[in-house]
Design a protein around this ligand. Structure first.
Ligand code: ADP
Ligand code: ZN
Ligand code: ZN
Length: 764
């Protein structure tokens, strides 16, 4: 029997999947599988070319004798690239995209940018020979030659730019000496080094290579002394011991560490990474981009030295490619980076760690809209690697999986360095209004800020405007106008209507609260700027800093504000959620959270989860030093469980109540959900196409017993003149949604009505 393989050749060019068929040689018939990287003859002159196997079949599209044969499997890459290709195929099938889109996401395809070269001049003589030759040069008054040789006798090898620069040696002298066999002029490939890595090396007194901004490829890999090694406490040690004792157990792959900030999770990660390296394996550590700071990475650099590399969004494609190359060739063993670092092509991946796994930045907003947590689960399974998630506020998904036994749960209950949790007060803003205080600041918070100023301590004011989308609420009773069908808040539109972004339900705006008849009903208007002004008016002596998208626009704007506040150049920092993420300010003893419920009304089923996360994190900012901290949470819904459990720092209580809501409404992780996002420049065509799509999906839904919601305008209905609508499908099982997605993809492909419509699938 003959076998044939569909192969994709070049992923750096075409956007569409174009496959070519090849014959599978007999020797490969039993081993070849989708995902394999192969070499095939291609194009004019049958150039040996790399290809990715998508499918192996018994059928050929044309007479077999016309097909060429696969030359070989790329075995040297088999470890990394074939598994990544298999991962890409899974992403294509699960998230819905073309094969090329998936491969381009996962594989570091070569960029056009030329490789950098490092040029050096090396001494080819022994020390004695060189000294003899130096004497000859001096005798003959060959000053330049003598100068170079003198320098080389000390160093043996010098960068070419030093030789031609400060030593002022000309090219003709170099050529002459090379011909005499005194020196060798060499050039070697070097990798571009990310700025963050360069800084780590420089400031920790690393190798001198840094002066040139290059990484030495040939050697120089040094394991730093155990500078960052700490003696783990009992709780931490138990985690490490358990994971290590189950290392080869195929049924135990995933772990969740639930531990408050400062409970010592990072110390555990380092120990686990260390263990993986000792086994000759490699490690990937994902950190949200915003936390990928010098302060956070330097600890890893101190422990693992040049065996780590970092990725971040500001790397050029060439720099990124080079870091992946270093991983593939074994030049490094630990990759630290955001979402995309998950695709580091290590040959023997031992462990993937995802810190702050609840962060929404782990989900990609472009096709394929993958989630790093899910994709890491898949990669860990494919490569028999361990997966460790860590968070102070685990995502409902992660905690649910720990509960149902898919992963093992560890809890770190105390701050590793001691210290007490802050005391939290909830202020009912409805009562403030009743008592005649219409300010954004409650009397309680106002008084406490004053106290801090007198004592010379710092205050952070956090305005929770995350994902704010113009909901309408009553300032008198806290009532929020919600969709009667979807249990998410309605958004106020410019035309005055209130609209649901899940199902499209709309109703006219109101002038009085339907619950209490108060006229104080409307959208929330205050921004960070107004708060800054208000604070400056109320406390004229206070030095106030503001941090939001406007004030951090410039390069380093973000870091500069944090530095200034850290150096106590200001008394009060006003900001958006940017200020709550993992920065330690020991002199902050008061954190005020304004409009705590704002994010509760984001029209999204995860609104309460995001709110709980933010409030817990914000509260954690208070009192990291010796002085105990205080937190004031201002809200119109003081009884809401997201707010009360955040105030009590009680994750489990939040989790239980939130799971109840998800179960009742069939939202993940209680059930599975899929969104179909439709985009077009032409609103008319979009509306028609989406209606057809909805009809088709509803027909499928009857067969699969799924629930369909929508179509509706997206929360932001138009971006850059592209109109956006969405449709949602819910089903208890993920498999049913995948099947529905596949059928819908086919429907879209064969229907010409969708030619000007872009449809993107999103899971969860
Ligand atoms: P997390 O990652 O949970 O925020 P870290 O690992 O960063 O926690 O630990 C917080 C602080 O406590 C760090 O300064 C760390 O050096 C210190 N620390 C962690 N574990 C221990 C330990 N076992 N003994 C002493 N200090 C520790
Ligand atoms: Zn009311
Ligand atoms: Zn609705």
């Amino acid at each position: 029997m003959e076998l044939f393989a569909d192969i994709i050749i070049d992923i750096s060019h075409s956007k569409l999947d174009q496959t070519f068929q090849y014959r599978v040689p007999e020797a490969l018939q039993d081993v070849l599988e989708p995902g394999n990287v192969v070499e095939v003859p291609f194009g004019r002159g049958d150039r040996p070319t790399k290809g990715y196997v998508l499918r192996v079949t018994e059928y050929s599209a044309c007479p077999p004798e016309k097909l060429k044969e696969i030359t070989r499997i790329e075995t040297d890459l088999a470890g990394a690239e074939s598994k990544l290709t298999a991962l890409a195929l899974w992403m294509r099938d699960y998230y819905g995209c073309t094969t090329v889109q998936a491969l381009r996401t996962v594989l570091p395809f070569r960029q056009k940018a030329a490789r950098r070269q490092k040029k050096t001049v090396a001494l080819k003589l022994s020390r004695e020979e060189a000294l003899a030759r130096l004497g000859q040069f001096r005798q003959k008054h060959q000053a330049a030659r003598a100068r170079l040789l003198e320098a080389l006798i000390g160093e043996n090898i010098l960068p070419r730019e030093v030789v031609t620069g400060s030593l002022k040696i000309t090219a003709s002298v170099l050529r002459a000496l090379e011909e005499q066999g005194v020196i060798a002029c060499e050039s070697e490939q070097v990798y571009r080094t990310p700025e963050l890595l360069r800084r780590l090396r420089k400031e920790s007194g690393g190798d001198q290579e840094t002066d040139f901004g290059y990484t030495d490829v040939s050697g120089g890999i040094s394991l730093k002394k155990d500078a960052e090694r700490i003696h783990l406490n009992h709780e931490q040690q138990r985690i490490v011991d358990t994971v290590l004792s189950e290392w080869d157990d195929p049924d135990r792959r995933e772990y969740l560490i639930h531990g408050v900030t400062g409970s010592g999770k990072t110390a555990v990660y380092m120990e686990l990474i260390d263990a993986a390296l000792r086994m000759g394996k490699q490690a990937i550590l994902l950190i949200p981009e915003i936390s990928l700071t010098y302060q956070n990475v330097i600890r890893f650099y101190h422990r693992f030295g040049d065996r780590i590399s970092v990725l971040h969004s500001r790397l050029s494609p060439a720099e990124r490619y080079d870091q992946f190359e270093r991983a593939r060739t074994g030049d490094i063993d630990v990759m630290i980076g955001p979402r995309s670092a998950l695709f580091t092509p290590f040959q023997k991946l031992g462990i993937i760690i995802i810190d702050e796994e609840h962060e929404s930045s782990y989900k990609s907003e472009s096709v394929p809209r993958y989630h790093a947590r899910e994709t890491a689960q898949k990669r860990a399974a494919l490569e028999r690697a361990k997966l460790v998630l860590g968070s102070a506020t685990p995502s409902l998904e992660a905690y649910h999986e720990a509960e149902n036994g898919r992963s093992r749960l560890f809890t770190l209950t105390k701050r590793a360095t001691g210290g007490t949790l802050p005391s939290v007060t909830i202020v009912d803003m409805r009562a403030e209004l009743r008592d005649g205080n219409r300010s954004i600041l409650s009397r309680d918070l106002f008084g406490k800020i004053g106290e801090r100023l007198e004592r010379g301590q710092q205050t952070m004011l956090f305005l929770n405007r995350r994902g704010y989308s113009g909901f309408v609420s009553c300032r008198s009773c806290g009532h929020v106008i919600k969709c009667p069908h979807c249990d998410v808040s309605l958004s106020l539109h410019k035309n005055g209507k209130l609209i649901c972004h899940y199902c499209g339900y709309e109703r006219p705006a109101l002038s009085r609260c339907p619950e209490c008849d108060s006229p104080y009903i409307g959208g929330f208007k205050a921004g960070t700027q107004q708060i800054e002004e208000l604070v400056m008016q109320s406390f004229p002596r206070a030095r106030v800093l503001r941090m939001d998208a406007d004030t951090t626009r410039g390069k380093d704007g973000h870091a500069e504000i944090l530095r200034a506040f850290g150096d106590r150049e200001a008394d009060i920092l006003v900001g958006t959620q940017m200020i709550v993420k993992g920065h330690d300010f020991p002199h902050v003893t008061l954190v005020g959270i304004l409009a705590a419920d704002l994010s509760l009304n984001v029209p999204h089923y995860q609104a309460a989860e995001r709110t709980f996360e933010l409030l817990t994190q914000a509260a954690g900012r208070a009192g990291r030093g010796d002085t105990p901290g205080e937190v004031v949470i201002q809200t119109y819904v003081p009884e809401n469980y997201a707010i009360t459990s955040a105030a009590a720092q009680d994750y489990l209580s939040f989790y239980r109540q939130e799971m109840e809501y998800r179960s009742l409404s069939g939202y993940p992780p209680a059930g599975d959900m899929m969104a179909l996002h439709c985009y077009s420049e032409d609103p008319g065509k979009l509306a028609v196409a989406v209606d057809y799509l909805a009809q088709f999906v509803r027909k499928l839904a009857r067969r699969y017993e799924a629930a369909v919601i929508g179509p509706a305008d997206e929360a932001v209905a138009k971006v850059n003149d592209v109109y956006r609508k969405a449709l949602f499908v819910k089903h208890p099982q993920e498999r049913a949604l995948t099947a529905m997605k596949n059928l819908t993809e086919q429907y879209i492909e064969i229907n010409t009505g969708f030619q000007e419509i872009r449809v993107q699938f999103e899971r969860k």
